[in-house]
Design a protein around this ligand. Structure first.
Ligand code: PEP
Ligand code: MG
Length: 866
């Protein structure tokens, strides 16, 4: 029996089940109506996916909305833009109000007729977002049979209680009458746009039509009104944002007066602005109704994915819809088509890799290289060839092969490998676009200082944009650690993600301010705000330039004490960025980057080649290579790790190296193979006692003997556990240097998981207990004349730098971008001031108190984030 509050939805059609992203309509793809899947049908009868009541069946018979006894609402929408067919080609088997059982036929449609007349036959099956149910599992990217399990859904939150919203009719604060301008009345897309426009507003809004009333936040209720083009409706709104709600809805209706989709630039005269925090565009006095759009101005909130400030005109970048023919025109022709499409994509990727040879585009080069590798993946090509031989077209075969590989990667319990899924899907699109004869280059030339807006940008789309004209990136979806986000950061382009679907309603050409520091995108700001933002931008550009040129100098405190500032690096591109930013070497090379994204460990020669490239990028500067720090939050797919109840306390760090000595031995051989002027040193992660260091040293000596290497290599120890901090003096006696990993040291000292979002605000390395352990480690290092470095996240916080120096730290290893600020901050304080600050901090009771002290001691100008 299923637990209460959960439900299985069965496939209502046989066909190909695809992610909703593939629906060629932003309203579905951006989930304005709710989440779900899209089925490319191979038969013409739609069946009930579960027991339910039919709540809606419009006269056009192209869609059915069902509601289960537990309140889950499901919209089944046959094809895209099929409302325009006015019922032609559809036959209903049920009517509104009917009770249906799972599997019962709901309606039939003429699939061939739809294929010719509709924009697409792809049929979204949506769990509406306003019914409070969420999808827990789904079957996608494969053929599905009628009645097979399609989705598992679960009740997430109670449906909003209409009574709690108050009696709109009696409490109405604002009323407006309108004529419905949507060409086909209020069907699924307009309903979704109207409901979405209200999402961030505090108002109870009702639409009155045909003597009935609908909650305007409910897409189903809006559709149920059955309002047609030209009919009159009344909007009633109450609550603090009542007027804004009326204006927002009016703007949507008006935007559809002359054209079915909103995309007009805002009038230059838009003058009255909402108070800060008000999120939606509103109609302006004196503004031409047709020119108003969904999001003419206001502020949207998102998540910063790449730091910085940008000001410029918006440009919407939509991924073109890719149509794929299922059946091939004979195997020889399809093989040839696939080969030539791959050749074209390969040539373009090689051009990208070449053009990205400059330092700043190192990440673009690495992504292009990863795509090139996948493009020639023998398994992928073999799978595509087999599908072509079985009669499929080149496009269908390529798509199926890529999706199968993506499924395999998704199924592996390895976050890094799952990230490769994005690369695969990006590559799928590149090849399919060429097969479809479409351009892979961006359609529109970018205006100067463009802020590009997309639902989710693919890395290949980003690489193809003209970096000289691109000022910022705003995405409706996406994550801060996606490849596109990493690429944006590497290119120095400010980026916001997760802004929500409203960002897609900003018209091209609208002036926007993208401020990653506060996660805000401001549309059509007033002139005083624009002027202030421009001044801030100019000041930060000038300050960055001044800091960057000063950063090339050796770092010393104001009274001349030498403090080395190095960089944490995870790739060649980052090593290049480090040097540009004034890093005096690499204090931590996280070698995991070489081990995680794959199914077999890297060979000795592969490792040496990678380390060599990084060493070469650093010139004569030191390169600190940390041995593999696997396990915990960095699981490795090909190591037979036992299941651990508490992986953070399990087989990780050096424990992994000692448990798989061959892995450690190969890595040590690879490090010893690096040649040239860079000074390599080794760093051992997660050490807890001396025996571990001695065990590694024994392997190192054996390897040196095997390779006939007479010169020694410095071996440093990471202080990441309270045990190693407390034993630092003993450890420093046998290690060549210590490097304090404040990320793990804080996690283990405070007993707070570093990956737990609920504890994130309290997981502060400035906690006095952590500071005491840092002081203890630095003292231990000093006793034996060793360097005490900090390479954890605390080293990248300029406000913490004087404190760390005061605690006895003489080397910092930080993210490359922050190095100019760190050096400037250290250069502005004397050692005496630093020691006094540290002494005071050690006496404080909480991390918050220490942070306040550190902030007080920092001049305002030095607190500006990079
Ligand atoms: C640390 O723990 O502070 C550290 C630098 O190691 P990582 O973040 O890679 O675990
Ligand atoms: Mg660590």
């Amino acid at each position: 029996m299923k637990p209460p509050g959960t439900l299985t939805l069965l496939a209502p059609l046989a066909g190909w089940s695809a992610p909703l992203d593939e629906a060629p309509d932003e309203v579905f793809a951006a989930r304005l109506l709710g989440d779900g899947v899209a089925i490319d049908p191979t038969e013409g009868t739609l069946h009930a996916p579960c027991d339910a009541v039919v709540v809606l069946l419009p006269a056009s018979r192209h869609a059915v909305t069902l509601r289960t006894a537990a309140g889950c609402e499901i919209l089944l929408h046959v094809g895209i833009d099929t409302v325009a067919l006015g019922g032609e080609g559809f036959e209903a088997h049920v009517s509104a109000g009917a009770r249906v059982r799972a599997g019962e036929p709901l309606l039939s449609f003429d699939l061939d007729f739809l294929a010719q007349r509709a924009r697409s036959v792809l049929t979204p099956v949506i769990v509406t977002s306003d019914s409070g149910w969420a999808i827990r599992g789904r079957t996608v990217d494969r053929a599905i049979a009628l009645g097979e399990r399609l989705m598992e859904v679960a009740l997430q939150r109670a449906r909003p209680d209409d009574a709690s919203l108050g009696n709109a009719a009696s409490a109405a604060a604002a009323v407006r009458r309108l004529t419905v301008s949507f060409e086909h009345g209020i069907h699924a897309r307009p309903a979704a746009l109207l409901a979405a426009a209200l999402r961030s507003l505090a108002a109870d809004v009702r639409l009155m039509a045909r003597g009935r009333e609908a909650n305007a936040r409910s897409t189903v209720a809006l559709m149920a009104l059955g309002v047609r083009h030209g009919e009159e409706i009344e909007i009633r709104a109450s609550g603090p944002d009542a007027h804004n709600a009326l204006n927002a809805l009016t703007a949507i209706f008006n935007a559809h007066e002359s054209a079915p989709r909103p995309a007009q630039p805002p009038p230059a005269s838009a003058a009255v602005h909402p108070p800060a925090g008000l999120d939606l565009g509103t109609a302006q006095p004196g503004e031409s109704p047709a020119a108003r759009t969904v999001m003419t101005y206001g502020v949207l909130r998102g998540v910063a994915a790449s730091p910085g400030l940008a000001i410029g005109p918006a440009l919407q970048l939509h991924r073109p819809e890719i149509r794929v023919r299922e059946t091939g025109a004979g195997a020889p022709a399809e093989h040839a088509a696939l080969d030539s499409a791959r050749a074209e994509v390969r040539a373009r990727l090689e051009r990208t890799a070449l053009a990205a040879a400059s330092d700043a585009m190192g990440t673009a080069r690495e992504i292009a290289a990863a795509h090139l590798e996948l493009l020639d993946d023998p398994e992928l090509i073999a799978a595509a060839r087999t599908a072509i031989d079985a009669g499929r077209s080149a496009g269908a075969a390529w798509r199926a092969a890529v999706r199968d590989s993506a499924d395999t990667l998704r199924a592996l319990d390895d976050a890094r490998l799952r990230e490769r899924v994005d690369d695969l899907l990006d590559l799928e699109a590149q090849v399919l676009l060429v097969l479809a004869g479409e351009s892979v280059e961006p359609a529109a030339a970018l205006p100067e200082q463009a802020i590009v807006i997309a639902r989710e940008l693919l890395p290949s789309q980003l690489i193809a944009l003209d970096g000289a004209r691109l000022a910022g990136i705003a995405m409706a979806a996406g994550g801060a650690t996606s490849h596109a986000a990493i690429l944006a950061a590497a290119m120095g382009i400010p980026a916001l993600v997760a802004l929500g679907p409203q960002v897609l309603a900003i018209p091209d050409g609208a002036e926007v301010i993208l401020d990653a520091a506060v996660g805000a995108l401001e549309v059509a700001p007033l002139e005083p705000r624009l002027t202030a933002a421009r001044a801030r931008l100019a000041a930060s550009v000038a300050e960055r330039a001044a800091l960057a040129s000063a950063a090339q100098r050796e770092c010393r405190t104001a009274d001349g004490v030498r403090i080395e500032v190095l960089a944490n690096v995870g790739s060649v591109a980052e090593a290049q960025a480090a040097v540009r930013n004034g890093a005096e070497g690499c204090g931590l090379l996280r070698t995991e980057f070489l081990f995680l994204d794959r199914l077999t460990p890297p060979s000795e020669s592969e490792q040496t080649a990678q380390y060599q490239q990084i060493a070469d990028a650093l010139g004569e500067r030191p390169l600190t290579i940390r041995t593999l720090d696997a396990g915990g939050d960095k699981p490795i797919a090909y190591l037979p790790m036992p299941r651990e109840d508490n992986p953070a306390l399990g087989l990780r760090g050096i424990r992994t190296g000692l448990a798989w000595p061959q892995l450690l031995r190969t890595q040590l051989r690879a490090v010893l193979g690096v040649r040239g002027p860079a000074r390599c040193r080794l760093l051992l992660p997660m050490i807890t006692d001396l025996e571990e260091i001695e065990a590694v040293r024994r392997v190192l000596e054996e390897v040196r003997g095997e390779l006939g290497r007479s010169e020694s290599i410095a071996v440093g120890v990471m202080i990441e556990t309270p045990a190693s901090a407390l034993l630092a003096e003993r450890i420093a006696a046998v290690a060549d240097f210590l490097s304090i990993g404040t990320n793990d040291l804080t996690q283990y000292t405070l007993a707070m998981d570093r990956g737990n979002p609920q504890l994130a605000a309290r997981l502060d390395a400035l906690h006095p207990a952590v500071l005491r352990l840092i002081a203890r480690a630095a003292e231990g290092a000093r006793t034996h004349g060793r360097h005490a470095a900090v390479c954890g996240g605390l080293a990248s916080e300029p406000i913490a730098a004087p404190l760390l120096v005061g605690l006895g730290v003489n080397e910092l290893s930080a993210v490359p971008a922050v190095i100019p600020q760190l050096k400037a901050r250290i250069g502005s304080v004397s050692l005496r001031d630093c020691r006094a600050l540290a002494e005071e901090a050690l006496k404080l009771p909480t991390a918050a108190a220490v942070r306040a002290l550190a902030a007080d001691a920092t001049p305002a100008a030095a607190q500006v984030p990079a």
